[in-house]
Design a protein around this ligand. Structure first.
Ligand code: NDP
Ligand code: KPL
Length: 298
């Protein structure tokens, strides 16, 4: 089987790259110099509920390392899609298959436009984070849902052999919208208030704000041809009940002084709503407030 390259070796890229390498696949990670030197020295450390694993695999910092890869896992944050896409475009093999392992609803299309070839969207159900360069913590899950492309079934079999439960679904786009709606409901509130979901849910009036955010997402999804499932409001609430102590990834990025993906979460709803003429004042407020909060202080 051909080589696999991971573009954007952060939490998600390192997790899936390591799973595939552990199964005997030839994997190269493409990431930042700090990751490359940490992994070259100590290997990639993965802390799981079951214990610590150390995986030795090559890490390149040059996007040219993608040359010759049969499969590319594209794992940068949404705000880096175009820049990273432009870096790999000149080096991609003509028949390489590209998967977008990213949140948000437009990444695969935006990347496809840069690369001039189809990109298969993947819905990523994992909770992982980098605690230091070359040090990954796995908090749970790890399954993928792939969009229904000609290569998807073979990829699902290959991933399953590496212990990555993978489904192929014509409904992957809807699943990305469901995930986007969950992110729009909780991420910004958690980031702005620095509170975990359980405390937000318990705050008087907060549930009404969350329902309003979800209703706006539902309206924009419907006008974009996506019917969100009827029980979605219950799923949104369940996130806060089952992950009561968790802060959103947006809150975590803000706490670390890193750029957030807000422009591709609530901001994407606002952008699409603007084109469709749909009012989304709650999503607009969340976008503006997070963008202001993450701007450097004067
Ligand atoms: N973490 C999770 O549990 C989950 C994340 N997701 C989604 O997956 C995507 C990736 O998230 P995550 O892995 O957490 O993010 P990370 O920030 O941990 O990983 C992205 C990595 O890509 C690096 N990178 C960006 N541009 C380049 C480039 N041009 N060349 C080399 N490296 C580059 C970043 O470096 P730098 O930071 O220096 O720019 C960073 O190390 C996001 O869309 C996220 O929403 C989905 C489900 C779960
Ligand atoms: C935890 C969860 C599911 C909801 O906000 C998430 O995806 C995130 O933090 O980005």
């Amino acid at each position: 089987m051909g080589r696999i390259a991971v573009m954007g070796a952060g939490a998600v890229g390192c997790y899936y790259g390591a799973m595939l390498a552990q199964a005997g696949e030839e994997v190269v990670l493409i990431g930042r110099p700090a990751l490359a030197s940490a992994v070259a020295g100590q290997g990639l450390i993965i802390d799981r509920a079951t214990g610590r694993e150390v995986v030795h695999l090559p890490v390149a910092t040059d996007p040219g390392a993608i040359a010759g890869a049969e499969l590319v896992l594209f794992c940068v944050k949404s705000q880096d899609t175009e820049a990273a896409g432009r870096q790999i475009a000149p080096h991609l093999a003509p028949d390489a298959v590209v998967l977008s392992l990213q949140n948000g609803v437009g990444n695969a299309e935006r990347l496809a436009a840069i690369l001039g070839r189809p990109v298969i969207p993947a819905v990523v159900y994992v909770a992982v984070g980098m605690t230091a360069a070359g040090h990954l913590r796995h908090h749970g899950r790890g399954d993928l849902v792939l969009g229904d492309a000609p290569q998807s079934a073979a990829l699902a079999t290959r991933f399953a052999a590496a212990g990555i439960p993978t489904e192929v679904s014509a409904g992957a786009e809807t699943a990305l919208w469901v995930k986007l709606t969950i992110n729009c409901a909780w991420n910004a509130i958690s980031a702005l208030t620095r509170q975990p979901y359980g405390r937000i849910l318990a705050a008087p009036g907060a549930e009404g704000v969350v329902s309003g955010l979800v209703a706006e997402c539902r309206a924009v999804a419907a006008a974009s041809g996506i019917t969100l499932p009827e029980g979605l409001e219950d799923d949104v609430r369940r996130i806060a009940e089952t992950m009561a102590g968790q802060m959103s990834s947006t809150a975590q990025d803000m706490a670390r002084g890193r750029a957030t993906e807000i422009g591709f979460l609530n901001g994407e709803i606002v952008r699409r709503a603007g084109l469709l003429g749909i009012p989304v004042p709650l999503n607009a407020a969340m976008t503006v407030l997070v963008q202001l909060a993450e701007a450097p202080a004067v």
